[in-house]
Design a protein around this ligand. Structure first.
Ligand SMILES: Nc1ncnc2c1ncn2[C@@H]1O[C@H](COP(=O)(O)OP(=O)(O)O)[C@@H](O)[C@H]1O
Ligand SMILES: [Mg+2]
Length: 229
């Protein structure tokens, strides 16, 4: 790897392995995966159901510990952090978007985007501006004070994206973010991801079944029986 590549690399996974023991038998889900993600790169991960896509994403998000392997994030070996330090690292550097765009139904759009700021203990005086900024980025300022349960599926997913990016993470990890959307809304979500990655330098790792979503990314990784192709 050249010096420039190294400086541009955000995520570097080496020999990442995840196995489970079920009834005394060892199942290998991810055998020795190597993967890199550059700053502001959009990476799609595709593969059949059960091939280990979510497992890989949860390892990247520090929700799951790998059985073996090295995980460098911006050059820092983050698997050596303890659980509390990892949780803090995740709050500050990693955003998550899930298929179901789960949110607090009885809270407003504004409040749903505010929660991660509260969790990350950001200054209360800074919050309104940051919330306005991210809602503008997903074109939802006109819905700011609406109750979240009144939104359409596409709008909910845009709130989920705003929420994932409000702490200015270095990477957003998305597990089937368009899985419950029609083709038009899926394309729209991809346009928001693209504009966010190019204007804020945020990298994206997007798990998807949809070839139309994958083709909007810079890199497409196929995962098959835990092997990246
Ligand atoms: N806690 C667990 N214990 C045992 N096996 C698991 C566990 N979690 C996931 N798996 C297995 O790991 C494999 C990959 O799962 P997953 O990453 O969810 O696949 P995908 O997201 O590609 O559909 C599946 O065979 C699944 O059954
Ligand atoms: Mg999955």
């Amino acid at each position: 790897m050249s010096k420039q590549q190294r400086e541009n690399t955000l995520i570097d996974l080496k020999g990442m392995t995840k196995s489970y023991t079920v009834n005394g038998q060892l199942f290998s889900v991810l055998p020795k995966i190597n993967m890199t993600v550059s700053k502001s790169e959009m990476v799609a991960i595709m593969g059949p159901s059960g091939s280990g896509k979510s497992t890989l994403l949860f390892i990247l998000g520090l929700f799951l510990s790998p059985t073996e392997g090295e995980y460098l994030f911006d050059g820092k070996n983050i698997l050596t952090l303890n659980r509390g330090q990892q949780a803090q690292f995740r709050r500050e550097r990693i955003g998550f978007v899930l298929q179901s765009a789960d949110m607090f139904q009885h809270s407003t759009v504004y409040e749903n985007v505010e929660y991660p700021l509260i969790y990350a203990r950001s200054r209360p005086s800074e919050r309104p501006e940051r919330i306005h900024q991210v809602l503008q980025q997903v074109n939802l300022t006109n819905r700011m004070h609406h109750s979240s349960n009144k939104l359409s599926g596409g709008e909910k997913q845009r709130v989920a994206i705003a929420r994932a990016m409000v702490n200015h993470p270095a990477v957003i990890l998305a597990d089937e973010p368009t899985g419950q959307l029609d083709a038009d809304n899926s394309q729209q979500i991809m346009e928001y991801f693209r504009s966010i990655s190019s204007t804020t330098d945020t990298a994206m790792v997007i798990v998807t079944h949809d070839p139309n979503v994958a083709e909007k990314c810079d890199t497409v990784l196929q995962i098959c029986n835990g092997q990246l192709l």
